[in-house]
Design a protein around this ligand. Structure first.
Ligand code: SF4
Length: 207
């Protein structure tokens, strides 16, 4: 897995931008001390370790599911009661942490979204255009599927011999469940799938 900026670029930056706008202090205006929003983040009790504070003072993270003592099963039961059975964990369409089941689901249920992720996979082959232009070229090629095969040809219907061999590599290696179902965690701005280091705040820290 190479360095990725998806959480920072697609989630945290737009959220901060919108929050600043809602508060009436768009970047680079300084947000006064004591002015903040409550932001509700849907982390359930079984992922308690992923509940984190925001990295700016104008946003305070709250975790209502944890406050109510709700686990993932409680959420599924509640959604099922509302006629929303089968609600999947949240993640982006073209997430590199998807397992084969998620890729098949997109391919088999939504041709337009499948075309979109296949095109996205092709577009990332040579890395990030901005980084390349800045001289930080990707060494090798990038792929969405862990087989490092273009997505529309990747083995998403079966586990390959190479993947089976990788399964034998002991602690830290992907297991069969992860190959099929992807990384277990869902994605939230402050607790991304596969975890991420501190994200650069391009909208200024409030104080
Ligand atoms: S769901 Fe996947 S692609 Fe989307 S922000 Fe999280 S890790 Fe990145």
């Amino acid at each position: 897995m190479t360095r990725r900026q998806c959480t920072g670029e697609y989630k945290i930056k737009p959220i901060k931008k919108k929050v600043r706008e809602l508060l009436g202090y768009p970047y680079p205006t300084r947000v006064p001390k004591g002015v903040f929003v409550d932001q509700w983040v849907g982390i359930s009790t079984d992922e308690f370790h992923r509940a984190k504070d925001a990295d700016v003072k104008y946003m305070r993270n709250r975790h209502p599911l944890i406050d109510m003592g709700w686990s993932r099963i409680d959420c599924v039961r509640y959604l099922t009661g509302l006629g929303l059975a089968g609600t999947p964990k949240s993640s982006c369409l073209g997430c590199p942490f998807h397992g084969n089941a998620q890729w098949r689901h997109i391919r088999d249920t939504s041709p337009s979204e499948w075309a979109d992720v296949v095109a996205f996979d092709a577009a990332i082959r040579n890395g990030n255009a901005r980084a390349n232009a800045a001289g930080q070229r990707l060494l090798g090629e990038a792929f969405l599927h862990r087989s490092r095969v273009p997505l529309d040809q990747a083995p998403i219907d079966h586990v390959t011999a190479a993947e089976r061999a990788a399964l034998q590599q002991g602690p830290g290696a992907a297991d069969a469940e992860e190959l099929e179902q992807g990384v277990a965690d869902g994605c939230s701005p402050w607790a991304c799938r596969g975890e991420v280091g501190p994200v650069q705040d391009d909208f200024g820290l409030a104080s």
